[in-house]
Design a protein around this ligand. Structure first.
Ligand code: ADP
Length: 171
């Protein structure tokens, strides 16, 4: 698997699947989630509502992942995952790692060859970028996934630089 980094907007990525940093309601939010629903159109939200009504009545738990189609986005699928809220008193790293592992399992099951990830939990959920980068990069590299490319899409240059440094260190 090739691991690549770009600075940009995840909604514009021409990949098979993009990962959404969703919240457990699956009914939309700010950040990446807001951008995906805004640009992808109402179809994605309809599918999310159906998932809530069937498999995830109590919401999608942190660390898990589920897919929908991608509406008007260039990608074919959106893989929704719920990152943990950062806590200084409790180590929730296993949940953040699980987001990447479970998203890749969903991607493998879909037959996606290329998958773009945002830096899950580093926005509203406040995870420090350097720690999130280390967890994300090492988890993806060790996942054993059969996809061809995992692309990290960092919204700003500061985040891109941090991921670049971590990738040189661990990649
Ligand atoms: P979370 O609730 O998991 O923290 P956010 O969406 O608030 O999720 O933020 C996750 C990361 O995604 C942040 O680093 C944020 O800067 C970044 N981000 C926000 N919008 C986009 C976008 N359109 N494309 C890529 N990354 C984005």
């Amino acid at each position: 698997m090739k691991l690549t980094l770009v600075q940009g907007d995840i909604t514009e990525q021409r990949v098979d699947a993009i990962v959404n940093a969703a919240n457990s309601s699956l009914l939309g939010g700010g950040g990446v989630d807001g951008a995906i629903h805004r640009k992808g159109g109402p179809e994605i939200l309809e599918e999310c509502r159906a998932l809530r009504a069937s498999r995830y009545g109590g919401g999608l738990p942190a660390g898990q992942a589920v897919s929908t189609t991608a509406g008007r986005l260039p990608a074919r699928w959106v893989i929704h995952t719920v990152g943990p809220v950062y806590s200084r008193s409790e180590d929730r790293s296993h949940l953040l790692a699980s987001c990447y592992r479970e998203s890749l399992k969903v991607a493998d099951a879909l037959g996606a060859a290329t998958v773009a990830f945002p830096a899950v939990s580093t926005g509203v959920y406040r995870w420090p970028m350097d720690d999130a980068a280390r967890i994300s990069v090492t988890t993806v590299l060790r996942s054993g996934s059969t996809i061809d490319e995992a692309r990290f899409v960092l919204f700003d240059f500061a985040a891109y630089e941090i991921f670049d440094r971590v990738l040189r260190e661990f990649g």
